[in-house]
Design a protein around this ligand. Structure first.
Ligand code: ZN
Ligand code: MN
Length: 256
């Protein structure tokens, strides 16, 4: 196998591997602020790196990531008021996913996994998959799995990493999980010395439009990233990659 990355192999090799029944992984990220210490591409970088590890275990292929996502929301991504955050309307993301799924079906792909790294994407991605399958009709034998990678973190790992209590995945934006995973996969893109001292965000149980930007810490980090390290990242990655590989193997009848 020359590469797990679709954009690094020829169409001829891609076709061969699709004909052999390979699983294709489509990472779905965002271009979104992740505080002063992480890059704007964090969500796509992590979903791509995780997809590549899983694909390496299962003989799969990783398609180029969808690098733009649905609009950043104040309570889980900081919101749309940050410079650099570059988002799609929900209908655009849905159409993008629908087009991509239809193309993979045309290639003959039978097993497709959408690996989401951006919280706000989930129902627009689900809609794109469902519209594509409806359009392809009941004779199409493409099967699609959709997942958010953080859901594979094990309870014991979260308890060890957050001895004072886990703040929840929504507030984990640019915090310990994403920062530790970036230290594991892309340490040269993390500026640990720039982790801010903001207290965790405290949101009311409702939203207001236009957004109350004053609810969001000015750094864009929703709970502290202090305590992030590469070892935590390695443990989280091991949970996530192992969990996704076994779910894909089970659902799609492969050996992992
Ligand atoms: Zn993120
Ligand atoms: Mn995000």
């Amino acid at each position: 196998m020359t590469s797990v990355y679709m954009d690094q192999i020829s169409w001829v090799e891609y076709q061969q591997r699709v004909n052999d029944g390979t699983v294709v992984f489509l990472p779905c990220g965002a271009t979104e602020q992740h505080g002063p210490h992480l890059p704007l591409g964090t969500d796509a970088l992590l979903s791509t790196a995780i997809s590549a590890d899983v694909a390496g275990r299962l003989g799969g292929i990783v398609a180029p990531a969808l690098a733009y996502g649905y609009k950043s929301q104040p309570k889980c991504g900081g919101g749309q008021h940050f410079c650099g955050t570059t988002s799609l309307d929900g209908g655009t993301l849905t159409a993008l996913v629908q087009d991509a799924v239809r193309e993979f079906a045309r290639h003959g792909v039978k097993r497709l996994v959408l690996v989401l790294g951006h919280y706000e994407n989930q129902w627009f991605v689900a809609e794109g998959i469902q519209l594509a399958l409806r359009e392809l009709g009941p004779s199409c034998d493409l099967r699609v799995m959709r997942l958010e990678h953080w859901d594979f973190c094990q309870e014991t790992t979260l308890t060890d990493i957050f001895p004072d209590g886990f703040p929840g995945f929504a507030l984990e934006h640019a915090a310990v999980i994403e920062t530790s995973l970036m230290l594991h996969y892309h340490p040269n893109l993390v500026s640990l010395e720039r982790i801010p001292n903001d207290p965790p965000a405290d949101f009311p149980p409702y939203d207001i439009y236009p957004s109350r930007t004053e609810w969001v810490p000015p750094s864009g980090v929703l709970s502290s990233a202090k305590g992030s390290d590469a070892e935590k990242g390695r443990r989280l990655a091991s949970d996530i990659v192992g969990g996704i590989a076994s779910a894909v193997a089970t659902e799609f009848g492969l050996e992992s």
